[in-house]
Design a binder for this molecule. Structure first.
Ligand code: TRP
Length: 402
């Protein structure tokens, strides 16, 4: 018995790790999302919910919903119940500005949030955690503050509506009502609890340990008096990648104790690296991801050279056995970004049966991504400093629900 127990503990430690700072699958395999749902205690987003979103918004659900990219949630059904009764909500998402260039994985929550904002006609707050990245990535205060503004341009380029969107940098905005809420949250979380949720140790500096309340409180409308005075019961929905869940587990645990609603969440899986599906892309390896700053030539080279193929190594074998779609990165990327359902089905069928070759699938993917990145580049170039100022101004949004 004793021995068995020990083994269990040891295999635990070689398990997959998913937290805001580390994403790695067990022994180089794939992330097990079912296991993650169990471990975190969130709910699976099922087809009936996707259908319900379609009914309530009278438009086709986003590709990321239809294809299960956003696959888990917490209380999203309650947001929909309230919406059905005529109650609105607000959206909250964010980004840690750690680098100049965003990759495609970074755009996913923003593309999806833009769809939610448009479909539900609701206000949105976007937090730029320049303080977080300064503390974790060893950037100077000035540099991470500068990156926040640079990243805001990429975010704005995703097409958000300035009349319903407030973007803020923590360095600029923390204070007043926001800070009061941070202190309320901080008083409810012991050091032991924070160590349990986030894995902090005695070697971590106290800046890190004190950070979680900063990411927690945008979940509460009273943190934004210029937007939500008189709307303190407004519900909050947070679209994010599932690695951010620990922050919001803490937030949901504390909320009722300080008299606030728990935020609801809608959570995505990770966008895989070109080399294959065993974690997130790595900022330190430029060949593991497609960046929004990549040229058409870069995209072509990266896909052709690095995108892991599930095709067979000889044409004869491929014709005979077909591609393994489970591990094929071009198909996976097309699942995220090729809008046309029937074309995607066609590719999967033909490629899986060996009638289509890897080169042909890659060619289609290169077209799709080049067009998307080009569109982003044009949109970003059109974002002026005045526009950034407009999104980041502390101001009321008088027609945010229209
Ligand atoms: N911590 C996130 C990151 O490093 C940034 C963030 C802040 C965020 N608030 C959020 C992400 C809310 C999703 C939802 O990218």
């Amino acid at each position: 018995m004793e021995v068995e127990k020990k083994e269990e503990v040891e295999s635990e430690s070689s398990e997959q790790v998913v937290n805001p700072w580390e994403v790695s699958a067990k022994d180089g395999g794939k992330i097990d999302y079912d296991k993650l749902i169990d471990k975190f205690g969130c709910q699976r987003l099922d087809q009936s919910m996707v259908d319900r979103v379609q009914r309530l918004t009278s438009r086709p659900p986003h590709v990321f919903l239809r294809r299960g990219v956003f696959f888990a949630h917490r209380d999203f059904n309650e947001i929909l119940d309230a919406y059905e009764r005529g109650d609105k909500f607000y959206l909250y998402t964010g980004r840690g500005p750690s680098s100049e260039a965003l990759h495609l994985g970074h755009l996913i929550p923003f593309m999806f949030t833009k769809y939610l904002q448009e479909a539900f006609k609701v206000p949105l707050v976007i937090q730029l955690t320049d303080d977080e990245k300064c503390m974790w990535k060893n950037l100077s205060v000035e540099e991470s503050h500068r990156l926040a503004r640079e990243n805001a341009k990429d975010i704005i380029a995703c097409g958000f509506d300035v009349s319903r969107t407030f973007i803020f940098s923590d360095f600029d905005y923390v204070g007043g009502a926001f800070y009061k809420n941070m202190v309320k949250v901080a008083k409810c979380v012991t050091l032991n609890k924070a160590m349990g949720i986030f894995g902090f140790t005695g070697e971590d500096h106290i800046g890190k340990i004190s950070f979680p309340p900063v990411q927690a409180v945008p979940s509460f409308p009273s943190s934004f008096p210029h937007l939500f005075t008189g709307e303190e019961n407004l519900r909050c929905l947070i679209p994010c990648a599932i690695d951010q869940d620990p922050y919001f587990r803490m937030t949901r645990d504390v909320a009722p104790r300080i008299g606030y609603n728990k935020p609801a969440l809608i959570e995505s899986s990770f966008f895989p690296a070109l080399q294959g599906e065993n974690g997130k892309m790595s900022a330190s390896d430029p060949n593991s991801a497609i960046y929004v700053t990549d040229t058409a030539k870069d995209i072509k080279n990266k896909i052709n050279r690095y995108a892991f193929s599930g095709g067979q190594d000889s044409i004869e074998k491929h014709r005979q056995l077909g591609a393994n779609l489970e591990v094929d990165i071009p198909v996976k990327y097309l699942t995220f970004f090729l809008e046309d359902d029937s074309e995607l089905e066609h590719i999967k069928k033909e490629y899986g049966a060996g009638r289509m070759l890897t080169g042909e699938v890659k060619k289609r993917l290169i077209e799709v991504l080049t067009e998307m990145v080009e569109r982003h580049r044009r949109a970003r170039a059109a974002v002026t400093d005045e526009m950034v100022d407009a999104f980041m101004a502390v101001r009321p949004l008088p027609s945010m629900f229209n």
